[in-house]
Design a protein around this ligand. Structure first.
Ligand SMILES: [Zn+2]
Length: 413
């Protein structure tokens, strides 16, 4: 683990801490036993005075972070649907008859997002740092190489495959410690008139809807268009279009080229809106931290009241974001007896730090809870429908975010 002394985007030393979430375990390091002791690392944010990037103060060694990586993109049905939308958006922005070149995805995971390109006869290549996931992609027929992406990797790719007509990286840039090496790599491997795209969790949503649970050790940088544009411009890359990502609601896809071209109107609208909404200002982020502490107190008061009334609470969704919420709020197995999760790789393990048992939803419902705390609140509609229609749950819900925690009373109690 290393504490940063320079901004990850502009290298300025003027980085100001503003939010300390305490020492926390790595979100994905689930435990085999309830009493197992885990390593904890500082989790806190700074704001850069020069480029306004919000970022973590510490970088955990990627080998420690990703050694237990269990997420495979293709397991989610939404991801497959989004891959098609992403493909259509991408091909509408470059010369699709450009058959001589190929489409490169960085951190391509199991190849879900390259498959629509393959189905439409494009040459493709994926690169990914997780060896086991590269094997899955190859088995699925997606050409994939095992590598950590950066300048060195880009030079190797250029030598072996020539320049790529399209290079894209989804939700990986915010997890990269050396953002400059990564973006320079994208430039090196991109054809002169090619199109690049990066997808990032947009800091605007985090700030405005109080998504403090999206702060975790893997998520190093919290980009706005301003901070991302500064990074791209430093390498003579220029934004020409931006869209909202349909997958998580909270992300944006930013398209860029090596030359300044006519920008879509939306680019300036983003810039203007960021200025009006002050999302790059230090005062807004200090306020975000203050509101997060209030939120924690409110949520804990709700849970304690239900506990005192001798009603039972369970959780739903043992994702990375749930880890931050549970640890920051100090929620433990005395308050919540179990957490439901459909991912069988997580079942029968315990959450890091909070030590709560993860079980399959059917089993958790058999505990006969009165309330379900929906930790994967960004999917709360789907979860509630599933609980009521397929598992006949008639109790109530605690929906912690966005903004204020809310109680949604069920129909049966
Ligand atoms: Zn900076």
């Amino acid at each position: 683990m290393r504490k940063i002394s320079n901004c990850r985007v502009c290298q300025s030393k003027k980085i100001h801490p503003f939010f300390d979430l305490g020492k926390q375990p790595l979100a994905n390091s689930l435990l085999k036993k309830a009493n197992q002791k885990e390593k904890k690392y500082p989790l806190s944010l700074s704001w850069c005075k020069d480029c306004n990037l919000v970022q973590l103060n510490h970088t955990v060694d990627p080998k420690e972070l990703f050694s237990n990586y269990v997420w495979v993109t293709g397991t989610s049905k939404t991801a497959k649907e989004y891959a098609k939308i992403f493909y259509n958006e991408m091909v509408s922005r470059f010369k699709s008859n450009d058959a001589e070149n190929y489409v490169l995805e960085i951190a391509s995971n199991d190849g879900t997002f390259l498959k629509p390109f393959i189905e439409n006869k494009y040459k493709t290549l994926g690169v990914d740092p997780a060896e086991n996931i590269v094997k899955v992609a190859l088995k699925e027929g997606v050409p994939t190489e095992h590598m950590f992406f950066g300048v060195k990797a880009a030079r190797k790719l250029l030598k072996g495959h020539g320049p790529a007509a399209v290079v894209f990286a989804r939700n990986v840039l915010p997890h990269v410690a050396n953002t400059r090496d990564f973006i320079e790599g994208m430039k090196i491997v991109l054809k002169d008139d090619g199109v690049g795209a990066v997808e990032v969790h947009y800091a605007d949503k985090i700030l405005k809807e109080l998504h403090y649970d999206s702060i975790y050790h893997e998520h190093l940088c919290y980009f706005t268009v301003k901070s991302l544009e500064k990074l791209l411009n430093d390498f003579d890359l220029y934004i020409f279009d931006i869209i909202k990502s349909p997958i998580s609601g909270g992300s944006i896809v930013v398209y860029f080229k090596k030359k300044k071209t006519r920008e879509k109107v939306v680019v300036n609208q983003y810039r203007d809106k960021e200025t009006i909404d002050k999302i790059n200002n230090f005062s807004s982020w200090k306020n975000f931290a203050r509101k997060s502490y209030f939120h924690r107190d409110k949520l804990i008061a709700i849970i304690k009241k239900i506990n005192q009334d001798k009603k039972k609470i369970v959780g739903y969704g043992a994702s990375a974001r749930s880890s931050t919420l549970l640890n920051f709020c100090g929620i433990n197995s005395k308050m919540i007896s179990a957490i439901a999760d459909q991912n069988h790789l997580k079942q029968n393990l315990f959450t890091a730090g909070s030590h709560i048992l993860i079980e399959k939803p059917e089993k958790v419902i058999k505990r006969n809870p009165d309330y379900i705390l929906i930790l994967a609140w960004n999917f709360n509609q789907e979860i509630i429908e599933n609980l009521e229609n397929n598992l006949s749950f008639r109790g109530s819900y605690i929906i912690p975010l966005p903004n204020e925690p809310k109680i949604k009373f069920g129909c049966g109690k």
